[in-house]
Design a protein around this ligand. Structure first.
Ligand code: GDP
Length: 354
């Protein structure tokens, strides 16, 4: 048996002294902004970590940084992509991403995966995913934000999009697992929403949440290769028929269904063409910009709601009132509406110092 080698010190001593220096010399806004504007992916990555941080001092720099990046952001196409685990999302993003890079684009991939807060895993955590794309100098791949509520993760992802845009990435994928609420959150921060599906036996529409299909601008029947090719064609027909039952979107776009294979590459360029057609339509009829503006206004409303809720529920006196009135309601002594009015009045009085 080999004697083996001693286990090395877990932290490289050179790195340790470097870390000390780094801590003393905390990067400032110029460091982040300069690096991002030069397209430095390591700095971009650190900046996203800053956005994800809960430390008040990080939040201050992060807010400032976003403000500085805003003038350089917006020049990308933001593509949401969803589908159940195993449908082939990462393989597809890799194939499509490399295709886009060949066409002269720079590609960033971000993920929304609120389930990772529970499992401590991440849909992009597996290092074997998107190997070619992640090592490409014109691509940037960022695993999912690893903590927080869905709303919080969506906010961080939106801010990460802005940073990626300021760093020169012009095609941004936001990936989510198509099993829960996260699609709705993603659809509110992207320009185009793509749903990956598989050709299944029997009822093609089984198990597909109508809500998710309604959000899709494009459905791609994936893995349309080998013995699966014919089934994929049939599935395409079935989904096309189903989509015709949905009303046309206000932006004038009729959602499409395509087949594709990330393994053979067949259908990938057609996906790009459809997205381009969508962009030409919505940019010429003004809906592209209108959609982004509406998204920004919705974020304003939602952040205000979060802030007001947070302020309300964080007050001990309010908690006491709530506990008291909850019991009153359960005892049938007061209606929930009246209790709510009373508590709100109490809150307003506190605000005005009465
Ligand atoms: P994800 O969980 O949705 O990200 O799915 P993955 O991209 O990890 O793919 C799941 C499995 O499907 C992997 O074993 C892939 O090799 C396989 N796969 C992905 N895309 C294709 C495809 O276009 N054709 C075939 N035949 N297999 C594929």
């Amino acid at each position: 048996m080999n004697a083996g080698v001693d286990k090395p010190d877990s932290v490289n001593p050179a790195l340790r002294s470097g870390l000390k220096k780094f801590k003393k010399n905390i990067p400032d806004i110029d460091y982040y902004l300069g690096g991002i504007r030069q397209g430095d992916r390591a700095v971009l990555s650190k900046a996203i970590t800053l956005i994800e941080s809960n430390r008040p001092e990080d939040k201050t720099i992060a807010g400032n940084l976003i403000q500085h990046c805003l003038p350089f952001s917006g020049n990308s196409v933001r593509l949401g992509i969803t589908g159940v685990p195993g449908v082939g999302k990462s393989t597809f993003i890799e194939a499509f991403g490399l295709h886009l890079i060949n066409k002269g684009h720079r590609v960033a991939v971000l993920a929304i995966d609120p389930s990772s807060t529970r499992t401590k895993g991440s849909i992009l955590g597996d290092k074997t995913r998107m190997e070619k794309l992640s090592s490409h100098p014109l691509a940037f791949i960022r695993p999912s934000a690893s903590a927080g509520t869905l709303g919080g993760v969506a906010r961080q992802t939106r801010e990460s999009i802005l940073l990626c845009e300021a760093a020169g990435f012009d095609r941004i994928f936001v990936e989510t697992v198509g099993v829960g609420q996260s699609e709705t959150a993603v659809s509110k921060i992207v320009d185009f929403f793509l749903l990956l599906m598989l050709a299944g036996g029997g009822d093609e529409l089984q198990g597909i949440k109508r809500g998710i299909m309604e959000m899709a601008d494009l459905i791609v029947i994936n893995k349309a290769d080998g013995s699966n090719t014919q089934q994929a064609k049939l599935a395409k027909q079935a989904y096309e028929n189903a989509l015709h039952l949905f009303p046309k979107l206000p932006n004038g776009w009729q959602p499409k269904v395509l087949t594709a294979s990330s393994v053979s590459g067949k259908g990938i360029s057609t996906v790009e063409q459809q997205i381009d057609t969508f962009l030409r339509l919505t940019q010429s009829n003004g809906f592209f910009e209108q959609n982004r503006q509406q998204q920004a206004l919705d974020i304003l409303d939602n952040s205000l709601k979060d802030a007001i809720f947070g302020h309300f529920y964080s007050q001990k006196e309010i908690q006491k009132q709530l506990n008291y009135f909850r019991q009153q309601i359960l005892d049938g002594k007061i209606s929930p509406y009246e209790a709510s009015n009373t508590i709100f009045e109490f809150y307003l009085n506190r605000l005005s110092g009465k």
